[in-house]
Design a binder for this molecule. Structure first.
Ligand SMILES: Cc1cc2nc3c(=O)[nH]c(=O)nc-3n(C[C@H](O)[C@H](O)[C@H](O)COP(=O)(O)OP(=O)(O)OC[C@H]3O[C@@H](n4cnc5c(N)ncnc54)[C@H](O)[C@@H]3O)c2cc1C
Length: 459
């Protein structure tokens, strides 16, 4: 088998790349390979049981549409969210144009027309309040597809590509790249079958991180460790967050702390939502979600400190894992919960003390404890300071009753070195998306896919 272009991964990066290629050059022979299933064969555990255990395998990250297929489908239409696209476009206009390109495709396949995050008097007031205490409020144009709609859009998108003669090879895993004389000539499947190609694009998403790490080592590709985000999930009464949520569905605040000069941010706000436990290999973590038919009286959001390591130890993934393992050990396999008031007083929380809060925790499978025993002092100091600053924008967020759950850690893959056209240092091998460290989100992954397609077309 020989194709002009083989794409590894049918997530947003892979699909948008195929779309751009076939649109510009309809005669190209393109093959997309994915180890997961077609949309209709993919089963979301939430749909089956009405419950989600939030373990990474159950999130069903593999298959047509990638990790986003069963997501909430929140499209962040801003080029510096989920990475910074201007690093590749070298030009802000081109980066904004890419947002339009991606957005139009989603609209074409059925995304709702309604936009969130456009400038309103409420948003302007929020921005002003934040700026007055040195916090940056990030205004983002957002489109919300919704979890019921994302699989339908992915289905239409893939049908369109198939009609345009893009071939899909599903439920087949790529295990290696064929590299000869520093030039990529195709891929090898698990079955040991070889597929030749003039150009290869790897877009394997986060589920493909360990495969990417292997490829980096085997083919001696240049790559670097990325910073990780370490912190807690904050839970407050929904009534406190109400006015902010009215202005912005998922408000993003960026804070630089005074003591350490670290970067802290809010992420993934779930209004009237639930904190959930996540299982990883060897440790647990927390996350949050909101449901359409079930509301809580609380709102949760991640509060994360960016951690970069330089020398002599750069491996941020191992560092994050050891923090998470420590927290898992202390919580006896359950997330640690602590009231902010107890944290301030340097004492552990107990079930008795949790009752002094004006809300009750939405995650019950927890160990009340002392997060200071698990997170490094610097991160803890950043979190307390950051919340106290944020209290000036969202009054009540840093009161004693606020719950903090740990550990919440966002791991990222190693970032493969790419040129402006998204070509790696192996000739004819291109890279895009989350799995190679070039994006963090549906729109940014899709945009890097478009850039890679444009790079391939130029080559
Ligand atoms: C539960 C959840 C909710 C999310 N919600 C949002 C949201 O609302 N908004 C947002 O912007 N982002 C969200 N994200 C993140 C978003 O889904 C990802 O950023 C995006 O899908 C990354 O796109 P990608 O194409 O790089 O990789 P992916 O979407 O992960 O796709 C990669 C594909 O490659 C395949 N693959 C991997 N390795 C191989 C191999 N060796 N051989 C063959 N195939 C392989 C995988 O099976 C997968 O289908 C969410 C993620 C999750 C898990």
């Amino acid at each position: 088998m020989k194709f002009n272009i083989v794409i590894v991964g049918a997530g947003p990066a892979g699909m948008f790349s195929a779309y751009e290629l076939i649109k510009k050059c309809p005669k190209l022979k393109i093959l997309v390979i994915d180890k997961g299933k077609e949309v209709k064969k993919r089963i979301c555990p939430m749909n089956e049981t009405g419950k989600c255990c939030h373990c990474v395998p159950c999130h069903n990250m593999c298959g047509m549409g990638g990790a986003g297929t069963f997501s909430d489908g929140l499209l962040n239409l801003r080029p510096d969210i989920g990475g910074d696209l201007t690093e590749f476009t070298k030009n802000e206009n081109r980066a904004w144009k890419l947002m339009d390109v991606v957005d139009k495709v989603f609209l074409r396949f059925g995304a709702p027309r309604k936009l969130f995050g456009i400038l309103t008097p409420e948003i302007e007031a929020l921005e002003q309040r934040a700026a007055s205490v040195g916090i940056k409020f990030i205004r983002i144009k957002q489109r919300h597809i919704g979890s019921d709609n994302t699989p339908k859009i992915i289905q239409k998108f893939s049908q369109f590509l198939k009609k345009k003669n893009v071939k899909f090879l599903m439920e087949k895993e790529v295990t290696d790249l064929i590299v000869e004389g520093n030039k990529c000539r195709g891929v090898v499947l698990k079955s040991e079958q070889k597929i030749g190609s003039d150009f290869t694009l790897i877009a394997p998403g986060r589920v493909g991180i360990s495969w990417v790490t292997k490829m980096i080592a085997k083919h001696k590709m240049k790559a670097e460790y990325l910073p990780i985000d370490v912190g807690v999930r904050v839970e407050v009464p929904a009534i406190i967050m109400g006015p902010v949520i009215e202005a912005s569905r998922d408000p993003k605040f960026h804070i630089w702390t005074t003591r350490y000069g670290d970067f802290v941010r809010t992420f993934c706000t779930n209004h009237q939502g639930f904190v959930v436990k996540e299982h990883y290999d060897g440790f647990i973590g927390v996350n949050g979600h909101s449901l359409i038919n079930k509301k809580s009286e609380n709102t949760n959001f991640a509060f994360l400190v960016k951690v970069t390591l330089t020398e002599p130890f750069e491996n941020t993934t191992l560092y994050g894992q050891s923090i998470a393992q420590m927290a898992t050990l202390l919580g006896e396999g359950k997330p640690i919960i602590q009231r902010l008031g107890d944290m301030r007083r340097g004492r552990r929380s107990t079930f008795e003390r949790l009752k002094r809060s004006i809300i009750s925790p939405t995650l019950k499978d927890v160990t009340p404890g002392n997060i200071a025993m698990a997170l490094p002092h610097r991160i803890l100091t950043d979190i307390i300071e950051g919340l106290e600053k944020l209290n000036a924008v969202i009054p009540g967020v840093a009161c004693d009753s606020t719950f903090l759950y740990a550990p919440e850690i966002k791991f990222y893959s190693m970032r493969i070195n790419v040129k402006e056209n998204m070509e790696t240092d192996i000739r004819n091998l291109f890279a895009a998306g989350d799995g190679v460290g070039l994006s963090r989100g549906i729109v940014s992954a899709a945009a890097t896919g478009v850039l890679a397609a444009q790079g391939i077309l130029k080559s």
